[in-house]
Design a protein around this ligand. Sequence first.
Ligand SMILES: Nc1ncnc2c1ncn2[C@@H]1O[C@H](COP(=O)(O)OP(=O)(O)OP(=O)(O)O)[C@@H](O)[C@H]1O
Ligand SMILES: [Mg+2]
Length: 239
Amino acid sequence: MSVLVVSGTGTEIGKTVVTAALAAVARAAGRSVAVLKPAQTGVAPAERGDADEVVRLAGGGVTAAELARFPEPLAPDTAARRAGMAPVGPAEVADAAAKLADEHDLVLVEGAGGLLVRYDEEGGTLADAARLLDAPVLVVAPAGLGTLNMVTLTAEALRARGLVQAGLVVGSWPDEPGLAERCNVTDLPKVAGAPLLGAVPSGAGALPPDVFRARAGRWLAPALGGIWDADAFAAAVRS
Ligand SMILES: Nc1ncnc2c1ncn2[C@@H]1O[C@H](COP(=O)(O)OP(=O)(O)OP(=O)(O)O)[C@@H](O)[C@H]1O
Ligand SMILES: [Mg+2]
């Protein structure tokens, strides 16, 4: 697996933090890593984008790439149109990811918002880029109430497009999970039709980067390069 598309159920759910954890464990295993944020919206030119945030958390050995930056915090297609700038379409995303994959062991492509957010006027999405790359898609999801529906919809959209869902990762697992969060650990993989492959604790993104890197492997399952144990996690939340 040299290109992994990191998508999710929406925005502000922890895709960037999960991408940073993936990059950190891959670097720790000696793999070269690039992170591609095709369209970065809502960030001024001098500000840190998601790819920069991944490098900050995962370490300077990670290559950060961005194809376009649009200032308003909107879907890429809308933000490009309003800025009078050229949008970034799926073919361009796939091209850039494939080039990075020539030079890196792992390329992580972080989408904007959820899976079917539009990138261009033709309605191209990250799912189209994943198709062109024949790359699996990792779905990041919140922990709580409302997530089962969003994960079901995302899994259905992936299947309808013939895409492989690598699995699910909870973007921000609360210190004190409530009933919905605890039940979701059992139900999320069922509705996704894909395994739960990790949970990043809430607050992880604010850890000092060296601590983040040292701990990242504990949040991700072996399939993603870590040591997180789904059964032990499920048993702990049930008790
Ligand atoms: N596990 C976590 N620990 C600490 N902070 C988190 C965690 N998950 C998310 N956050 C915080 O929540 C906010 C949104 O997270 P993040 O940037 O990862 O979302 P996203 O899904 O990548 O959103 P976007 O669609 O904008 O890319 C950020 O300020 C981030 O620091
Ligand atoms: Mg992000």
